[in-house]
Design a protein around this ligand. Structure first.
Ligand SMILES: Cc1cc2nc3c(=O)[nH]c(=O)nc-3n(C[C@H](O)[C@H](O)[C@H](O)COP(=O)(O)OP(=O)(O)OC[C@H]3O[C@@H](n4cnc5c(N)ncnc54)[C@H](O)[C@@H]3O)c2cc1C
Ligand SMILES: Cc1cc2nc3c(=O)[nH]c(=O)nc-3n(C[C@H](O)[C@H](O)[C@H](O)COP(=O)(O)O)c2cc1C
Length: 758
């Protein structure tokens, strides 16, 4: 087999080594435009778990690399004169130049034909090769040449950063946070040999411009960095090496393999440097591609596809974590109000991979100092006006499509009753529709007739008496997404018969198959506002503790907010202020009848996940309006406004929107969406990302989710209903396995049908 490798970075070199090892008969020609001794950047970090992969793949290079490793376990966060240390982490680093030398020597030793200082020929001139590997880095020419097949997406991020080095050898992974007037500037620094450390300086593009760094030469910029981080550098120098200010570009490709061409490493995908090095991903790709050939012989097509299907989920999961981390650093300025320990915990858990439990294992003392309360963070109470919630868990609203003519029946009593016995501090109802035509489906519950109020009162009384939890009524109007089938008969599909007229801000259907709604007149708005008020009064009479207005998921009030659904040219359409006018009017009217000692929550979709739609900036601005109009807490969901949405699903994927609102406005928020474990809840609460965590599907799986979370944490101060106390012991191991499986599903698999309704 003849192989052309384009690019002699860690990925290309490691692949050459492994291919020559497993197939000594194959010819490998590697083109590298740099000279043998050339290398940019400073140190490369590996986590302990990566190293085992390399140890097995090629013990020879592994032992040479390991011999030169600098190792450490602590992460120090320096901010405002404080140093906060978290221990128990395992890192190793090596200079990039050294790493490349080891790999180059080994590749040459195994007979790779390395052509240094040689521009790689275009793919079209490599007809002789059985396999062509584009390992030519983030600006890959191979990817560009075949972009119609690979379909790359390049996401240029909002921070500027520069890779520098210093001759100060740090004893930990260091984050130095500087706060000049122009904005926050952070340095990520770590040792990589006995004489040097990497020192990456990063800041938001706005800050970079305000500081005038755009106009300065790189030497001037290095001088500025030295001055800004003078305390951190303790008299030592900063060095540059082909350094320049760059915007990180996240590279993704729809396909990594086309015909006999495969992309590998940065050419295929990049992950922000703050969660570990791209070097590790590139070398792991090489292992997977080589191993695919070991398994599948000369079958280039099958081997390259096997490589992609093995690596893609792992890489995408890493990219999700990297995205969380890079966005956290982009928004670091919003955490100015956090005290040092919580800030440190927040920073350490930013990618969602490191959690409260991980950190407790690594450094229990650190976690105790962050959260000295003996109760796990999720079991600390929260007060909203006169309502005291005993813990931070919310049973998220879930439509059961089981009402008869709007009346909640026995199913609702059993369903909500079971969850009320399950330990959550707050149990939310499904969306209670404010009118018959405000229902999504014929099975949706409402509160527009007196018998509805009585039926809800029965459920609330049960929950109060036996569950001891607070109960919230989510009230809403389906708008243009109304008059559709029950969830299990076809989400968002119009009814086969008996459809009712639907109304919306504009005569724009939700999708081509849905009805064209009638654009609302002012008289319609008066009527709908009054229906909300009637329902709010009903909720009060039924005994609910909290009222939530549903302004999310493309239903009526949400569609007023979204520029995709609201095309009005009167005072209710256009700018955000105008689009928000009617939803705020409804809020005002409900607030006026809802008692001042009871809280109101508003659920929003923080983004439509469609270009030109409602977005997180608008969500922050709207949350500010909500706070001004008497809303006490924002329940931050996303999407379901347009069928064209393209959500970035993943574990806790909506929490960053909640976090932003909480810190930029200073108002309480509920985080929701793929929060799978009590560890996630503890992490979110301890980091200050949200005040409450709402869980929907986990409560379908386990109505007693909170009680079980308490048992698993050996926390025995939650009350079980006396009837159930005999079962209040730690669950058997089998159940843990099922739970672990559910958590894995949230981590790896995109949320599909469940998410697309209500
Ligand atoms: C300026 C900079 C500094 C960095 N420093 C560090 C660091 O200190 N630590 C760290 O962990 N990560 C660092 N990274 C990230 C890291 O380099 C990459 O994630 C990792 O090297 C990816 O490996 P790769 O083999 O896929 O690509 P690369 O390492 O980028 O290797 C691609 C190779 O292809 C060669 N090439 C490209 N086009 C052609 C062509 N047409 N013909 C011939 N050769 C070509 C390039 O010269 C390069 O050697 C840095 C990135 C940049 C941009
Ligand atoms: C069966 C089902 C019904 C739902 N009904 C509603 C609803 O009535 N109102 C609402 O705001 N969200 C509704 N949702 C969305 C959930 O409240 C929640 O936001 C979403 O499922 C993400 O949380 P999870 O990942 O914990 O499931 C529903 C979800 C499910 C699974």
């Amino acid at each position: 087999m003849r192989i052309a490798v384009l690019g002699g970075g860690p990925g290309g070199l490691y692949l050459s080594i492994l291919m020559r090892k497993i197939r000594p008969d194959c010819e490998v020609t590697l083109y590298e435009r740099g000279a043998a001794g050339d290398a940019f950047g400073f140190g490369v970090v590996f986590s302990d778990e990566t190293l085992t992969v390399f140890e097995h793949a090629d013990p020879d290079t592994y032992s040479q690399i390991a011999e030169r490793f600098t190792r450490w376990t602590d992460i120090d966060i320096h901010r405002r004169g404080n140093k906060t240390t978290s221990g128990g982490h395992g890192f190793s680093a090596i200079g990039r130049r050294e790493l490349l030398h080891i790999l180059q020597d080994r590749a040459l030793g195994l007979g790779t034909d390395i052509r240094f200082e040689t521009e790689a020929p275009p793919v079209s001139e490599l007809g002789w090769a059985d396999l062509i590997v584009g390992a030519d880095g983030a600006s890959s020419a191979v990817r560009t040449a075949l972009s119609r097949d690979f379909v790359p997406a390049l996401d240029r991020r909002h921070c500027r950063y520069v890779w520098l080095g210093t001759d100060l050898v740090f004893d930990a992974f260091k984050f130095f946070i500087a706060e000049p007037e122009e904005g926050v500037v952070q340095a990520h620094a770590y040792p990589y040999d006995e004489g040097m450390s990497t020192f990456i300086v990063e800041m938001h593009e706005r800050t970079w411009k305000r500081l005038g760094l755009a106009e300065r030469s790189i030497d001037d910029a290095v001088a500025w960095c030295s001055e800004t981080f003078a305390d951190a550098l303790d008299g030592h120098r900063l060095y540059s090496n082909k350094s320049r200010w760059i915007n990180f570009v996240t590279v993704r490709n729809r396909r990594w393999c086309v015909d006999n061409v495969a992309l590998l490493g940065d050419a295929a995908h990049t992950a922000h440097f703050s969660i570990g090095s791209g070097t590790k991903l590139a070398m792991e790709d090489a292992v997977a591609l080589a191993w695919a050939f070991r398994e599948l012989g000369d079958d280039v097509f099958s081997a390259t596809r096997a490589y992609e299907s093995e690596r893609r989920p792992i890489v995408e999961s890493t990219q999700r974590a990297a995205q969380g981390s890079l966005e956290w650093f982009e928004g670091i300025g919003r955490y100015g109000g956090q005290e040092p320990l919580q800030f440190a915990f927040n920073l350490l858990t930013r990618s969602r991979r490191v959690t409260y439990d991980n950190l407790r294992l690594r450094d229990p003392e650190f976690v105790r100092s962050v959260h000295p309360d003996p109760r796990p963070p999720m079991f600390t109470p929260l007060r909203l006006r006169g309502l005291e919630l005993s813990n931070r868990v919310v049973v998220s609203p879930m439509d059961m499509y089981s009402a008869l003519d709007g009346t909640p029946g026995d199913f609702h009593l059993v369903h909500l009753g079971a969850r009320a016995l399950g330990g959550a501090g707050l149990v939310m109802t499904e969306m209670i529709c404010v009118s018959g035509i405000g229902r999504i489906t014929p099975g949706c519950a409402g509160m527009y007739r007196r018998e509805h109020v009585a039926a809800w009162r029965r459920i609330v009384s049960f929950a109060h008496e036996h569950g001891g939890c607070a109960v919230g009524a989510q009230i809403g109007h389906s708008g243009r997404k109304g008059s559709t089938k029950l969830m299990w008969q076809g989400i968002d599909e119009p009814l086969p018969a008996g459809n009712w007229e639907v109304i919306a801000p504009s005569a724009v259907p939700y999708s081509r198959r849905n009805q064209v709604p009638r654009a609302m007149t002012r008289a319609d708005m008066d009527m709908v506002r009054d229906e909300f008020v009637w329902t709010a009064r009903g909720a009060l009479s039924a005994g609910f503790d909290l009222l939530e207005l549903h302004m999310a998921h493309g239903y009526l009030l949400s569609s007023f907010l979204s520029p995709l659904a609201n095309l009005r040219d009167d005072e209710y359409g256009g700018s955000l202020v105008r689009r928000a006018r009617f939803p705020l009017e409804v809020l005002d009217a409900c607030r006026a009848v809802w008692p001042t000692d009871k809280p109101i929550s508003v659920r929003i979709s923080a983004t439509d996940w469609v270009a030109g739609g409602f977005d997180p900036d608008q969500a922050v601005a709207f949350a500010r309006m909500l706070a001004d109009h008497g809303c006490d807490i924002v329940d931050v969901s996303s999407g379901q406004v347009s069928p064209l949405e393209n959500p970035a699903f993943g574990r806790s994927y909506q929490t960053p929107f909640a976090d932003r609102i909480r810190h930029e406005i200073g108002m309480p928020v509920i985080a929701v969406g793929a929060i799978a474990s009590y560890d996630d809840v503890n992490t979110i609460i301890a980091a200050g990302r949200a005040d409450l965590c709402a869980l929907a599907r986990p409560h379908l799986y386990d109505p007693h989710w909170t009680l079980h979370a308490a048992a698993e944490q050996d926390y025995d101060l939650v009350e079980w209903a006396p009837q159930y106390q005999a079962g209040s012991r730690k669950p058997p191991a089998g159940r843990d396995r099922v739970r672990a499986e559910l958590e894995r599903t949230f981590e790896e698999v995109e949320l599909t049908s469940f998410e697309s309704r209500a």
